[in-house]
Design a binder for this molecule. Structure first.
Ligand code: NAD
Length: 356
């Protein structure tokens, strides 16, 4: 694939050269397309943008279109969010301002988990994650909720599933063929973990209290309240993963799991096993198992999410958004999804129904 490489910002050019060493253009087609458009249209010319996206190596790809589009970009680090110190050093070297303090103000806050909610943002906020949603629910400023999108499913279902399997391999379990795995939580992340484990040859049982969840076709679903059925599934299992998003959701099983030889992994942001489960009994000491990896989620699965987050800044500049939470317009998502389909390499069939 070829794309116009004239990027009128030295820092964008320097970041792009760094990215070229680690990624193929098909790993970040949406952000490259955004760069192509924005270096011509300059839709963020002079806009002061504060960006709190967790800084990992693949986040560099997000800054290229912002800089090419003319943004006056400041990267914000928060003690509440993870970051990779080597990538921060790279940003310093390239000349992108990085701050650990809350910026005095900006035009648009590209936020994550609501950490910039107290920073005055003249045009509004763009929130990346579900955990930031509640922070902005009563906001009097326009908020573009990138999380509430079809695009986000690429990251949460496919990307986290991929990270789950890579995380197990990282901890010495590369072969899932013929393994029986019980996944608690059949939401986006649990379904993605199940799909990836199935693709690696495992058999998967999902546990969820909600009878309306949609497990992948070949998986069985157990009601979380049916403790004897859950127990029977655990007795037959090789491994367990939690993806309920609720602290202590697996607390009732902590004693059983702690005394078993099951491989146990957390995928949720919280400690889903509760205080009775010793840290060492869960891979990565209870932190999400994929967070032990250099790249917890591969760039190709977060490319579209990061492009949508960036696009929120341009959307807010239009002045067309009302105070409070706004869902991304369908057309904005469709443009990005079209590029992912045409130029990317991700197999979207498993989530195609949700993409309509
Ligand atoms: N590891 C990662 O890279 C990563 C990426 C994205 C999200 N997450 C985290 O994963 C977690 C889940 O996110 P999601 O988007 O899938 O949430 P979700 O709301 O889509 O799904 C959660 C599911 O868990 C079910 N559930 C609730 N209580 C349960 C219980 N006691 N037993 C079994 N199932 C139960 C719910 O009914 C729901 O179906 C969150 O903590 C989120 O922050 C992690």
């Amino acid at each position: 694939m070829s794309y116009d490489r004239r990027v009128p910002d030295d820092r964008a050019e320097a970041l792009r050269a760094i990215l070229d060493q680690a990624y193929s253009p098909s790993d970040h087609p949406a952000l490259i397309w955004q760069t192509e458009q924005w270096h011509v249209e300059r839709p963020l010319d002079g806009a002061r943008i504060a960006d709190a996206t967790p800084v990992f190596h693949n986040t560099l790809a997000k800054y290229v279109p912002l800089l090419a589009g003319g943004a006056d970009l400041t990267v914000v680090l928060s003690p509440l969010l993870p970051h990779d110190p080597d990538t921060v050093t790279l940003l310093h070297e390239v000349g992108v301002p990085v701050t650990t303090r809350s910026p005095a103000g900006c035009d648009v806050a590209l936020d994550c988990a609501g950490i910039l909610a107290e920073t005055p943002a003249r045009l509004g906020y763009v929130e990346l994650t579900k955990s930031g949603q509640h922070v902005y629910e009563s906001s009097t400023a326009p908020v573009f909720l990138a999380d509430d999108s079809r695009i986000k499913l690429i990251e949460t279902v496919l990307g986290t599933g991929d990270g789950f399997v890579r995380g197990l391999a990282h901890f010495g379990h590369p072969d899932l063929n013929g393994r029986a795995i019980v996944v608690f939580g059949c939401g986006k992340v649990g379904r993605g973990a199940a799909l990836a484990a199935l693709a690696a040859g495992a058999s998967v049982t999902l546990v969820d209290p909600d009878p309306d969840v949609r497990p992948p076709a070949v998986c069985s679903l157990i009601d979380a309240a049916d403790t004897s059925a859950v127990r029977a599934a655990l007795d037959r299992a090789w491994g367990v993963a939690s993806a309920t998003g609720i602290a202590g959701a697996l607390g009732p099983w902590a004693e059983y799991l702690a005394g078993s030889d099951l491989v146990v992994a957390n995928l949720g942001a919280e400690d889903e096993f509760g205080p009775d489960m010793p840290e060492h009994r869960v891979l990565n000491d209870k932190a999400p198992v994929n967070f032990a990896l250099d790249e917890p989620t591969h760039l190709r699965y977060i490319d579209a999410t990061m492009a949508l987050h960036n696009a929120g800044a341009v959307e807010l500049r239009s002045g067309a958004y009302h105070p409070g939470i706004n869902r991304p317009p369908r057309a904005v998502e469709d443009d990005i999804l079209g590029i992912v389909r045409r130029r990317g390499t991700i197999e979207l069939s498993a989530i195609e129904e949700d993409m309509l």
